[in-house]
Design a protein around this ligand. Structure first.
Ligand code: NOJ
Length: 573
């Protein structure tokens, strides 16, 4: 496989708002490529695959935790925030990754699990044995577990309470996730100083930002829900001010699995910004709902609700990631329907969600995979792809918890899918060998050899999106249609968003979730009435809208159009 880079690397472009135009790729170091043959992916292995990611069109990597950790929660149980887990490599390897990525104009965003640590972290070891010592107040301790009982349990499959008894300190400690992950005490200002110092340590090494893990849960109170409490937002305002003052151009991304208005709050306001980006949790499950129900009402409603954000802020949109497909942000009725369609085997469920990968969820249907990706790449916000989804990788529901969709990347049809030269039994997780998603057919090399493969299609789409910055920085206006199975919106990039050499652009995106052919009629809002409509891909001219802006489009089952609108009044000014 040859992804030879250009002989001269471009280096990092200066753009303080780079994240608004970026295509992100979530890659677990452990699962991507094993360079030293010990059965575990590592940082040198990831470095050796940067050419592939550059070829794919990726602008930024999101790396889940690679810190020193007992790995009882995929590394989100951090034992030392300043050490790289030895099996993943060294701190020098990480420095090399940053510089090699930057040489390719690719950014590195790392996870910062700032809500909790592992029980093995030195702070906790000290806190439990020395309550009066310097770390005594770093965690949330209580003599009773009968307080804050209103705070919901998140990992419902494994935990019954948010409190665990510590036999050394003989007190209870609070934990929002696993009981081996005690929550840090944000009422203690020393914890803030620690988090700032840790952030500074990595920012000094050149990382381009952090995904702030589990950020709604930083503060809890006796009466509150323990989610999005006001002090959490105040902490974020200060954290953002620190980034802006010392590290402008680096990005903070909120992982806040909350309802639309609450997620938007993590972006803050014009005067008091918080994170630069927030993952759009409410949209994601509604895409899956629309694919099966053939109804877009719920997707439409949530799209209308989330479009207002402070200038410079951006949504992070995604289909899948390393966690379960969470169903927390849908109605009970939608949740039951989603379980019925996508998790008909109880093994497919975990907590309040579904632990499967994209291709198996969509039953490997090419039209559904294309529809879902096209929507992802055109929504307001920056898309986050999950490693392996570009080749339609499968999952393994016989593995525990979310490991089902964290298996080794499938590079070739050879031993261990080309991921590692280790004995197969030594791999950190087995490669997928199921009938449909067997690595011998689903792998990068095979798909490279086939022009019509999903991999080539995804790559083309990523590049088309990048050639039309309107998808990154344009505004979004939902346009009503006459069909309950259709979704339409307009992306519009005004002159004020254009860089030198770019022109204002307006694109109409129309999606049919119907399983049958569909005629869709819509009326373009007055400010977007065009006199010429052309296909973004091939450039062919479509029938012009009527004087009243009326258009009817015929769509094959589960398909879409991206149509350029020329002569739009709003953009001409
Ligand atoms: C959010 C992470 O995405 C998830 O993988 C992890 O289990 C929880 N935080 C708890 O650490």
């Amino acid at each position: 496989m040859d992804f030879s880079p250009p002989s001269v690397h471009r280096g990092l472009e200066h753009d303080p708002q780079w994240y608004r135009r970026a295509v992100f790729y979530e890659v677990m170091v452990r699962a991507f490529y094993d360079a030293d043959g010990d059965g575990v992916g590592d940082i040198p292995g990831l470095i050796s695959k940067l050419d592939y990611l550059e070829w794919l069109g990726i602008d930024a990597l999101w790396l889940p935790p690679f810190y020193s950790s007992p790995l009882r929660d995929g590394g989100y149980d951090v034992a030392d925030f300043r050490q790289v887990l030895p099996e993943f490599g060294t701190i020098d390897d990480f420095g090399e990754l940053v510089s090699q990525a930057h040489a390719r104009n690719m950014r590195i965003v790392m996870d910062l699990p700032l809500n909790h640590t592992s029980v093995e972290h030195a702070w906790f070891v000290s806190s439990r044995s020395d309550p009066q010592g310097p770390y005594g107040d770093y965690y949330v301790w209580s003599d009773t577990d009968k307080i804050r009982e209103q705070i919901r349990v998140i990992f419902t499959d494994t935990e019954e309470s948010n409190w665990a008894f510590d036999s050394v300190r003989r007190q209870f400690y609070f934990h929002r996730f696993f009981s081996h992950q005690p929550d840090l005490n944000y009422h203690n200002p020393k914890v803030h100083d620690e988090i700032h110092d840790i952030a500074r340590f990595w920012l000094d090494m050149g990382v381009d930002g952090f995904r702030l893990d589990a950020v709604p849960y930083l503060y809890e109170s006796d009466e509150g829900s323990g989610e999005s409490e006001p002090e959490t937002h105040e902490f974020l305002e200060r954290f953002r001010a620190f980034i802006d003052a010392e590290f402008p151009g680096r990005v903070l991304i909120a992982e806040a699995n909350q309802w639309p208005r609450e997620v938007a709050a993590y972006l803050g306001t014009e005067e008091k910004p918080q994170c630069h980006m927030a993952f759009d949790f409410p949209i994601m499950p509604r895409i899956f709902y629309a694919l099966r129900s053939q109804q877009t009402a719920s997707l439409n409603a949530v799209l209308k609700e989330t479009t207002e954000v402070p200038s410079g802020a951006a949504w992070g949109v995604f289909l899948r990631n390393h966690d379960e497909l969470t169903l927390e942000m849908v109605t009970e009725e939608e949740r039951q329907a989603l379980y019925g369609w996508y998790a008909y085997d109880p093994r497919m469920r975990v907590n309040v969600g579904i632990r499967r990968r994209l291709a198996p969820l969509l039953d490997n249907s090419r039209s559904e995979l294309q529809l879902a990706h096209a929507l992802l790449l055109s929504l307001a916000g920056s898309p986050f792809l999950y490693y392996g989804d570009e080749i339609g990788m499968g999952d393994n529901i016989w593995l525990e918890d979310r490991d089902s969709s964290r298996t080794p990347m499938q590079w070739t049809p050879d031993r261990n899918a080309g991921f590692s030269s280790a004995d197969a039994g030594k791999l950190f997780l087995p490669v997928v060998q199921s009938l449909v998603y067997n690595y011998q057919s689903a792998n990068v090399e095979t798909q490279l050899a086939q022009q019509a493969s999903l991999l080539h299609w995804v790559r083309t789409m990523v590049h088309v999106r990048k050639n039309h910055p309107v998808f990154g920085v344009g505004s979004m206006t939902v346009v009503p249609t006459d069909s309950p199975s259709a979704l339409a919106f307009i992306r519009d990039m005004p002159a004020s968003e254009c860089r030198p050499g770019e022109r204002p652009e307006t694109v109409l995106c129309v999606y049919s979730f119907s399983h049958n052919p569909l005629a869709v009629s819509l009326t373009l809002p007055e400010e977007f009435r065009a006199n010429k409509v052309t296909d973004v891909f091939g450039g062919s001219t479509f029938p012009a809208p009527s004087e009243q802006g009326h258009i009817t489009l015929a769509l094959p089952p589960q398909s879409f159009y991206w149509l350029s609108l020329a002569g739009v009044k709003a953009s001409v000014t």
